[in-house]
Design a protein around this ligand. Structure first.
Ligand code: GLP
Length: 235
């Protein structure tokens, strides 16, 4: 069962998505308290969660406002694209570009820690949020872990893998700036050369076995990464 604050947060998310623009104020705590019939504490908890997600921001003494339309990735949690979009109040979907089985290149083999030439499943997908293209993704999964015959455009890769007993647990990522080439720019419906965030991810299961080598190109105008960092205590 969802906690009350989660229900309120979901309602606010839906309200933002359907009727509020960036930098517009959300109803006051008092109004939300009245419309939801919950305590002020619950309202504050819900708002704090949404501020943490990057959906809202607070201006001291003025109120709480809708954040900019970028899809924030704030917590360093390991999520699938589907989960990532959902947590930001967007619905993920995909268009399958190509699906094949092919021998691992030296680069893929090195990333996955498998011998070069090992057969891998390869998926290239256009990833969308509420129907808008956000990222182009190219993923390789080693050997028999993924049955591509069963994979469809509505499948979540992480769900399919988990169902087959290969749950993604940990990932190493590298993020770099990339200018989109013609194909990616066309797919993402932006001008050629638009900057993008290229994210390489190597994921593994709890036992440390590699599960995927993925390269995702996110539109930099629509997607940002935010990381919380902590200074280590002085020894
Ligand atoms: C993110 C990751 C990819 C991963 C994908 C799975 O985009 N960067 O490495 O393959 O999620 O997403 P889903 O389970 O929605 O198909």
């Amino acid at each position: 069962m969802a906690y009350k604050y989660e229900t309120v947060a979901a309602d606010i998310r839906a309200m933002v998505a359907s009727s509020l623009s960036p930098h517009q104020a959300i109803p006051s705590e008092r109004e939300l308290e009245a419309t939801h019939g919950v305590s002020r504490l619950t309202i504050r908890h819900a708002i704090a969660t949404l501020i943490d997600e990057g959906l809202l921001y607070n201006v001291h003494g003025s109120g709480t406002f809708v954040g900019s339309p970028t899809l924030f990735s704030k917590t360093p949690k390991l999520t699938s694209f589907t989960e990532d979009m959902k947590s930001r109040g967007h619905e993920a979907s995909s268009r399958l570009l190509t699906m094949s089985r092919e021998p691992a290149s030296t680069e893929t083999a090195h990333a996955l820690g498998i011998p070069a030439g090992t057969e891998c499943a390869r998926l290239r997908r256009l990833r969308l949020a509420d129907g808008e293209p956000i990222a182009v993704e190219d993923v390789r999964v080693p050997g028999p872990l993924l049955d591509i015959e069963e994979f469809t455009s509505t499948s979540s890769l992480y769900e399919v893998l988990a169902d087959a007993g290969h749950e993604v647990y940990r990932a190493e990522q590298e993020i770099k700036a990339i200018a989109l080439d013609e194909e990616a720019a066309h797919l993402l419906r932006v001008p050629l050369g638009t900057p993008a965030l290229g994210v390489s991810r190597v994921s593994s299961d709890r036992r440390g076995r590699s599960i995927e080598y993925a390269f995702t190109l996110y539109r930099a105008d629509r997607y940002t990464f935010q990381l919380a960092v902590t200074r280590e205590a002085d020894k």
